[in-house]
Structure formats: C-alpha cells, structure tokens
Design a protein around this ligand. Structure first.
Ligand code: SAM
Ligand code: DTB
Ligand code: SF4
Length: 330
C-alpha cells in the first residue's frame, strides 16, 4: 500500500453507519431491482467505508468426512440418497488433516475450514474433531468447522477448544427452503446458529444461488441473514455446483448479473461482514469474479478443491489477484 493512501478502515471509522437489523422485504427487493451500476456504486461505497478495498481473505477447505450423509439437501453430492459416484471416506486421521493444513498454509491460506457430511456430530466424533482444531490452530491458522447441527453443549466444547468460526448455512429463503431440503427445518438451522452465537464463536452463514429460486427468495435469504440479532462475521454466497445425480443437477443457469447483484446487496446490508465468493468459481470467468470483488466480495476459498468438487487452481487465483491488484489478507 502506498504511503499516501491510508487504509479506508482507518479514515472512515467516525462515519461508519451501524448495521441495520430491521430490513423489510420490500427494501431488499428494491435494492436488487436497482440499475446494475447504481447497485454496484452503492456497494463499493459501503465496502470502502468498512474494508481495505483491495484485500481479500483466503480460506482453504478440507472434507474430513465424506459422503453417506443421511440428509436430503437437493444440491449436495454427499447425501446417501443420491447416486453421484462420490467416493465415501470415514473421518480422517489427525495426521492427514495436519498435512493438508500445512499445505494450505504454505499456499498462503490464513483460515482452514474442515467440513463433515454429518446431520450432527456424535460426541465421540466431536472429540476427534476438537483435537484437529487444536492442532490446526497450533500451526498459526484460523480454524473453521462445518459439521451440521450443534447442541448448545457441543458449541461450548468447540469454543473451549479455541474454534474461531462455525459455518452453518441457511441456504435460501424460508419460503423456498422446502423445495430443497426436507430432513431438517429452517428453525433447526436458526437454533444451531443461536448455539454458535451464544458460545461466542464467529458465525459463518450464507446460502446458495442458482437453485431455481426467484429474486424474492434471494432477497428473503439476505433479509434473514441481515436481521439476525448479530450479523454473521462471514457470509458465503455459493453458486450452485450442479452435480449429476442430485435433484438439482438440471437447474437452469442463473443470470451471472443476478449473482453479482446478490453479492452487492449482501455487502450493503451486512457492511462489516466478510462476504465470501464461495462455491461455483470454477465455472465463472475472471471478469465475473472481478465484478463480484467490485460488488464487495472480500473472501474466497483457495486451493484446487472445495469439499468434493473442483475449485480454480491456486496459481490461477494468484495470477487473478495480481491482475486485479488484490492482495490476500494476512
Ligand atoms: N453437513 C454439514 C451441513 O450441511 O450442515 C456441513 C457440510 S455442507 C457440504 C456445507 C454447505 O456446503 C452446505 O450448507 C451448502 O450451503 C454448501 N454446498 C453443498 N453442496 C453444494 C453445491 N453443490 N453447490 C454449492 N454449495 C453447496
Ligand atoms: C460454504 O458455504 N461453501 C463451502 C463451505 N461453506 C463448507 C462448501 C461448498 C461445497 C461445494 C460442493 C462440494 O465441493 O462438495
Ligand atoms: Fe449432508 Fe451437509 Fe450435504 Fe446436507 S449439505 S446432504 S447435511 S453433507
């Protein structure tokens, strides 16, 4: 950074508007309806008031337990109900997880996110995962887990282990939710989020676009996220990765500008949250990703695999950052 441009976060402290928790559907829909340039302009303004505009946080994912999940999430290759040709894998050994975390750190990731295909962790499995969290933290990485539903007691155990973030998505609007998942309710998801919040663990919560939902559903998802008692620190916006064999494999393409609009509205409504351009980058052009950064996305998954599906190669992302003058958050 040049000496003449102090970080936006320092210069703007005194005029940062507080995050609102009283968004109305009509207001969110009006945001999404704005002319594209007006929406992006507003998102850029908010982004620059709260963040260093050319910094992006990078996290690496690892699936620590793959497949055979009893849930029926219509987008997910890991559900036992769909034949997706996925190779199942039971819980990884600590040493395998540590080796992957070391590789992620060497590539430049600052957060390591471990995901398991469970409806909810069993207490015995949780103990093994706690050992993973402690060991990954000892490498100097931030830790994130996504293990399904958590009880208050399990969330407290994870806090004591030093977990930094817990990811649990609302996925879509309450109205569209039933078309995607039947084995767990929206209320169940909100309860897990409450347990994570009460345990004082940072919340990572977002959703998936391109599942056949309407614009009002994208508005409905953002409304739920922004109106939580405390907004999530991290908001992953995933583009559906269509996996053959899942019920949503034949979903229609979402207009890419709709994706950018949703990122921009998320930035405006959750000004202090990291908005993560998450799954789906493998099928996005560099130009579309650049528009997402312009709209206020400031975090990505980095490394050539998400949980079970491909992500752009790390050297491609490094080159993209260079071309756009973006540096990874340290
Ligand atoms: N089993 C746990 C749960 O669902 O709570 C954690 C792992 S789950 C794979 C984490 C998140 O990944 C899901 O909530 C969903 O938002 C996202 N996801 C899964 N499959 C996806 C796909 N095909 N495309 C985009 N996002 C997906
Ligand atoms: C999130 O919102 N997206 C990530 C992370 N949280 C766990 C997962 C994306 C999974 C994409 C499909 C797969 O690779 O299995
Ligand atoms: Fe299971 Fe999570 Fe996949 Fe749903 S998203 S089927 S809970 S692994």
């Amino acid at each position: 950074m040049s000496a003449t441009t102090p970080p936006a976060a320092t210069t703007a402290t005194h005029r940062r508007p507080a995050a609102r928790h009283d968004w109305q559907s009509s207001e969110v829909e009006a945001l999404l309806d704005l002319p594209f340039a007006d929406l992006l302009y507003r998102a850029q303004q908010v982004h620059r008031e709260h963040f260093e505009p050319n910094r992006v946080q990078v996290s690496t994912l690892l699936s620590i337990k793959t497949g055979k999940c009893p849930e029926d999430c219509g987008y997910c290759p890991q559900s036992v109900r769909y034949d997706t040709g996925l190779e199942d894998e039971s819980l990884l050994q600590l040493q395998e997880v540590l080796a992957a975390a070391q590789r992620a750190r060497a590539q430049g990731a600052t957060r390591f996110c471990m995901g398991a295909a469970w409806r909810a962790p069993k207490d015995k499995d949780l103990q093994a995962v706690i050992e993973m969290v402690k060991a990954v933290k000892a490498l100097g990485l931030e830790t994130c887990l996504t293990l399904g539903m958590l009880s208050a007691d399990q969330a407290e155990k994870l806090r004591q282990a030093g977990l930094d973030y817990y990811n649990h998505n609302l996925d879509t609007s309450p109205e569209y939710y039933g078309a995607v998942i039947s084995t767990r309710t929206y209320r169940d998801r909100l309860e897990t989020l409450e347990h994570v919040r009460e345990a004082d663990i940072n919340v990572c919560c977002g959703g998936i676009l391109g599942m056949g939902e309407a614009r009002r559903d994208r508005a409905g998802l953002l409304l739920q996220l922004a109106n939580l008692p405390k907004q999530p620190e991290s908001v992953p916006i995933n583009m559906l990765v269509r996996v053959e064999g899942t019920p949503l494999a034949q979903s229609q393409d979402l207009d890419p500008f709709e994706f950018v609009r949703t990122v921009a509205a998320a930035r405006i409504m959750m000004p202090a949250s990291h908005v993560r351009l998450s799954a789906g980058r493998e099928h996005m052009s560099d130009e579309l990703q650049a528009l997402c950064f312009l709209a206020g996305a400031n975090s990505i998954f980095y490394g050539d695999k998400l949980l079970t599906t491909p992500n752009p190669a790390a050297d491609h992302d490094r080159r993209l950052f260079e071309r756009l003058g973006i540096s990874p958050e340290q």
